[in-house]
Ligand binder design. Sequence first.
Ligand code: FMN
Length: 244
Amino acid sequence: MKWYRSIILILAIVLLTGSGRRVFPEGNNHWGHGKQKKDMKTDNKEIEQNGKVTKKSLGARTILLPTPVWVIGSYDKKGKPNVMTSAWVGICCSNPPCVMISLRKETYTYGNIVERKAFTVNIPSESFTKETAYFGSVSGRDTDKFSTTGLKPVKSNIVDAPYIEDFPLVIECKLLHTLELGLHTMFIGEIMDVKANESTLGETNSPDIEKLKPFVFVPGNRSFYRTGENLGKVSSLAELLIKK
Ligand SMILES: Cc1cc2nc3c(=O)[nH]c(=O)nc-3n(C[C@H](O)[C@H](O)[C@H](O)COP(=O)(O)O)c2cc1C
């Protein structure tokens, strides 16, 4: 009977580790977005104001939307360039200029950043939705994502990380802080340089959103969305109420 048990054990390992190239099955909460906790006190409770139901409590979940979609570039120990898609990200300080990204330890990128103390943020435009989805669906541990997509890695001249030549906007970061949060570890990177394709620059020599065409991610339905039209300059909009 021992051989029978061994076969079951091997089958279970293959199924659990996912012998295929995909890192997660469609719809799986593999990187911890969506529902984290069931809380009987809050979930699905209706919130009333003056006797009227105005809101519904959805519980403690990471459903802020939309989120940015960035592709994080890093080198592994041997110098192999890798990229992964990240949505738990944002600007977190103006001076020194900093960004934060939150990664799970099981990503290949996590170990790369710990080792190299640097990463790049690559902002995709609409023409790279396929590649961005792919970079977030397979691991560089067992795949060369650059050779599959044909995109070109370039060694940064400032930090120990590669950027994607084909993407229109890249941000080069030196690791400044590491914060253990739980499932995710937050890396704060100091921005050492920003490089942009000239064709995406606007009048003030900064990237123009209509030329760059970045897109956003909605965790709820796991889809990418276009960025929309200009709703007005903040100063002019605020002025409408300041003058009142
Ligand atoms: C749109 C999208 C956003 C993602 N955001 C994150 C994230 O913020 N943090 C994280 O740990 N994984 C995130 N992932 C999952 C990783 O990109 C995925 O696990 C990837 O295979 C890791 O690559 P690596 O092992 O080569 O580093 C995201 C995936 C997608 C498709």
